[in-house]
Design a protein around this ligand. Structure first.
Ligand SMILES: Cc1cc2nc3c(=O)[nH]c(=O)nc-3n(C[C@H](O)[C@H](O)[C@H](O)COP(=O)(O)OP(=O)(O)OC[C@H]3O[C@@H](n4cnc5c(N)ncnc54)[C@H](O)[C@@H]3O)c2cc1C
Length: 867
């Protein structure tokens, strides 16, 4: 029946299809829910002042309002342009899945706790029910993925059990299982009613004194001295201290109407589901678990006795490219026959009895997506006290309860205990807010969470947004690229012999020894034994100049940067807790001028962190010069010999000592900034060449180095070297939650400078008390590199049989012939749950095992690079 019904519907919809798809269609209204009454404009005039203004009455904004009020901040106004929940929230099917990556897992747990108990406080039910969730695996690799999830779930005391295909029927007898490899059941996963949950939050907020106004549109957000100062609305202005952008798919537009502009890169897609009528004899009830069949791109739950099946095609349909239509309350979109047709086959395959089912409704609604699937949470770089809580696709219901609490903590206490770098708004470059780029990217993004979580998985769409000067040369050398902040970075070079099949295998990914192993090994060996060149042009570079530049840097940097001109110092710029906001190398160019090199991912974050500390009188100037230089990391025992052929300046170690800076001529190029640091402990130099001369220097360098076996190397080889040398990477191994003492960078901290640096007292305190978690290095033992699963990060670490931490990154060391990884170790008293000091003996005098997808591998831990 369902197939015939869909066929006739497809024909009909094809007939009525509109030429300009979705752009300005008249919205249809489907909503029929009991409504909580918010304050209407007639009842109460818009206030002239409030401490916090929230934009958006969806589940995110309402959770922010509720949690702020709960923490005692009641001078809050929430403005909704239409009616509450009329954005995306009203049409969400409301599945609440607990399993998330470590930083985000706590959020879904907080949400669950809140949704479970909210009714007691507000009298409005959220409809929260722990029905459980079944994850199906159709392939061996999907099963590995699921086992990796299970290993992580175990570390968080989450209930979960792996299942054979034959056991699936005991939970959902109507699901086809003959093509499955296995499954996992998570009994604590839940469903909720998103509209009622949001309205219950609204009631809770209003009861505590928050003003919620419907029919008021925010039209501008203004700032004074870099801080939020005023919100202009369709009904008047409100002076305020804080602004929360919880505008869902309108979040980008609200960012653009802010002064200065706040970048919120995201784009809307059409996202939908199919609802069936109940089928007599099919055992579906309100406690039936929901099912995720990622390999088929579908997930389904019980819905009024029938099924609701979400449709996530591998390539989705971006909409509203020209702008979101006015008056988009409770919007539903015209059906897309192709979309439903694609998924129908998958649906009928998984649920054979679906053939007899009758369609109740096809639904397609708008939903926004960011360039990396993750949402935005945290303070915007461009304006202080401007918080983003938007771009939350597919998990907005699951996350909003937790995000609201974190946001309230940030506003009320100025900080929160939970780290959130992976969703920080500052992780994107302004270039990524380009709408054409976003449209192309989101077509791929929607299906990404359904793909197997292979390591280093790269997106294929919207590439080449930012290419370095030598990009064409790398393409010619058959580089495989990875992307960071929209910049294309060579990952490895395939060379001439590599087949197209190999390229496809690389794109596909693996949990085992990768197909690129031999190429990267050869690049690694060139770095260790001869000479190699790594294009590091994507790194962030700033120039800081002015009379007070040194004193400013002394306050910002934990290390002593008041060093002789021509010196390079590695340092962290820390926050008040001693955590790394910026991780950098600082070269002193002149008495009052510095060149600062930071990781690629810190381009926005680093710039704004330093800018916020600049003296108000303009005596120190900061410039982002990242786009002006081509960075080459020339490293290996023969690096200086090769470079010497290009310049008359003596480059031997006596003349150009380690950790020094010089401006040199190389070949025809003048003004090349050379630093004798390589980030890998290999000898060599980091060159920053003015872009116009980069092609010449690169060609000359490669030709001069041919007698030494010079070759280009990519970031995989660099990672192998850095992990081996225990050089952790910001954003991968540590971030703003970790201090130099916790990652073993004590020597990069100087307490006896004339000026106290930010975070100094926190570090002194930590030094006195000892660190409670510590990054360590692990050498895997009894691990067969050709046959066993590899370690890729996020694997649980067990110490003497007790969970003690998690890996962050890994590499293979051809020198040691072993897999290595970096990971965090905690020392928690199993009896009391209290954390204790992690000493050298604690790290080194114990037996370790690393859990890779349920298989335990012994490992040896240390605090120094393994020998
Ligand atoms: C088909 C589908 C299935 C989904 N399934 C799930 C699921 O199973 N589990 C899950 O957790 N999530 C799911 N989601 C995602 C979830 O629904 C969303 O992430 C969530 O509803 C987003 O809430 P929000 O508050 O951020 O946005 P919205 O609900 O869109 O709210 C934003 C509000 O801001 C208002 N606004 C915008 N601009 C202005 C302005 N200038 N002035 C005043 N007001 C303004 C809008 O009118 C709107 O009401 C699904 C989504 C879809 C579409």
């Amino acid at each position: 029946m369902l197939r015939t019904q869909i066929a006739s519907w497809l024909t009909r919809s094809r007939r009525i299809r509109l030429p300009s798809r979705y752009v300005a269609d008249t919205p249809q209204v489907y909503l029929t829910c009991s409504r909580f009454s918010s304050t209407s404009i007639d009842e109460q005039a818009i206030p002239q002042q409030a401490r916090v203004v929230i934009c958006g009455g969806g589940i995110a904004g309402l959770s922010a309002a509720y949690n702020l009020a709960k923490l005692g901040e009641t001078d809050v106004v929430l403005l909704e342009q239409g009616r509450l929940t009329s954005g995306t929230t009203w049409h969400s099917p409301g599945m609440v899945s607990h399993f998330r990556k470590p930083a985000l897992h706590a959020l879904s747990t907080i949400s669950a706790r809140l949704y479970k108990t909210l009714e007691e406080e507000t009298g409005l039910s959220t409809g929260y029910r722990e029905v459980g969730c079944l994850l199906l695996a159709q392939t061996k690799d999907r099963m590995i993925d699921i086992k990796r999830i299970a290993a992580m779930a175990k570390t968080r005391n989450m209930n979960c059990s792996l299942m054979a295909p034959s056991e699936v029927h005991s939970i959902v007898p109507w699901v086809r299982t003959d093509d499955l490899e296995g499954a996992m059941f998570l009994p604590d996963d839940a469903v909720t009613d998103p509209t009622n949950t949001a309205l219950s939050l609204a009631k809770g907020a209003k009861n505590r004194g928050v003003k919620i106004l419907e029919g008021v549109q925010i039209q501008a957000v203004l700032s004074e001295d870099g801080k939020v100062s005023q919100v202009q609305t369709s009904l008047g202005d409100i002076q305020c201290d804080y602004f929360v952008n919880a505008a869902g798919q309108w979040g980008r537009d609200v960012g653009l109407m802010s002064r200065p502009t706040v970048n919120v890169p995201m784009h809307t897609n059409a996202h939908g589901y199919l609802i069936t009528k109940p089928l007599p004899g099919m055992d579906l009830n309100h406690m039936t678990p929901y099912v995720r069949d990622f390999d088929s791109h579908i997930l389904f739950r019980e819905w009024s006795g029938g099924l609701l099946c979400c449709l996530i095609p591998p390539v989705s349909v971006p909409i509203f490219h020209e702008g979101i239509p006015e008056n988009s309350e409770f919007l539903s979109l015209p059906e897309d026959p192709d979309l439903f047709n694609y998924v129908m086959e998958k649906f009928l395959h998984r649920i054979p009895s679906g053939e007899q089912m009758e369609v109740q409704q096809f639904f397609l609604g708008p939903e926004c997506f960011t360039p990396d699937t993750k949402f935005f949470f945290g303070e915007a770089a461009e304006m202080r006290n401007y918080y983003l809580m938007t771009g939350i696709s597919m998990v907005g219901v699951t996350m909003s309860g937790g995000l609201g609490q974190l946001l309230a903590e940030l506003i009320v206490h100025g900080e929160t205990l939970l780290g959130n770098w992976s969703v920080n708004p500052q992780r994107f470059s302004p270039q990524q807010n380009n709408k054409a780029y976003l449209r192309e990217r989101v077509a791929e993004i929607e299906g990404m969470p359904f793909k197997i979580g292979y390591p280093f998985r790269q997106l294929l769409t919207a590439r080449n947004l930012r290419c370095t000067t030598l990009h064409d040369q790398h393409v010619q050398a058959r580089a495989v690229f990875e992307e960071c902040m929209g910049v294309e970075i060579p990952q490895l070079y395939l060379g001439e012999s590599a087949s197209e099949a190999m390229v496809e295998d690389i794109q596909l990914g693996t949990f085992y020894k990768p197909v690129w192993f031999d190429q990267v090994k050869a690049e690694y060996l060139a770095c260790r034994e001869a000479v190699a060149v790594i294009d590091v042009s994507s790194v962030t570079t700033f120039e800081l100049e002015g009379e007070m530049a040194t004193s400013l840097l002394q306050t910002l940097c934990a290390n002593d940067v008041d060093v002789p001109v021509g010196s390079v110092v590695h340092s962290g710029m820390l926050n008040e807790h001693g955590g790394y906001e910026v991780c950098c190398s600082v070269a002193r160019l002149k008495e009052d001028r510095y060149f600062i090199v930071c990781p690629t991912i810190q381009q926005v974050k680093g710039f704004h962190w330093i800018t916020r500390q600049l003296p108000k009188d303009g005596s120190v100037k900061l410039r982002d010069v990242s786009g002006q230089y081509t960075g080459l990391n020339v490293l290996g025992p023969k690096a200086r010999d090769v470079l010497q052929k290009l310049t008359n300046t003596p480059l031997d170690t006596a003349s150009f000592k380690p950790a020094c800076y010089k401006e040199l001529n190389f070949g025809f190029a003048s003004g090349v900034r050379a630093m004798t640091v390589t980030d890998t402990d290999e000898d060599g130099m980091m060159l920053f060449i003015p872009n116009e001369s980069a092609r010449h220097v690169y060609a000359t360098l490669m030709s001069a180095g041919s007698e030494y076996g010079i070759r280009p190397a990519g970031y995989h080889a660099l990672r192998w070297l850095t992990v081996e040398q225990f050089y952790p990477n910001w954003g991968v191994d540590f971030d703003n939650e970790h201090t130099p003492l916790e990652i073993g960078h004590e020597t990069a901290v100087k307490y006896d400078k004339k000026l106290e640096f930010i975070g100094q007292s926190a570090l002194l305190r930590q030094q006195g008390e000892g660190v409670h978690h510590r990054l360590a290095t692990f050498v895997m033992e009894d691990h067969k590199v050709d046959k066993d699963l590899w370690c890729w990060g996020s694997e649980p670490i067990y110490r003497n049989g007790q969970l003690a931490g998690m890996t962050t990154s890994s590499s293979f060391s051809p020198t040691l012939g072993s897999m290595l990884c970096l990971g965090w170790l905690n020392n928690t008293d199993p009896q009391t749950g209290q954390t204790q000091v992690v000493t050298h003996d604690y790290v080194t005098k114990a037996k370790y095992e690393i859990d890779i997808a349920g298989q335990m591998f012994p490992a040896k831990a240390n605090l120094y690079p393994p020998k």
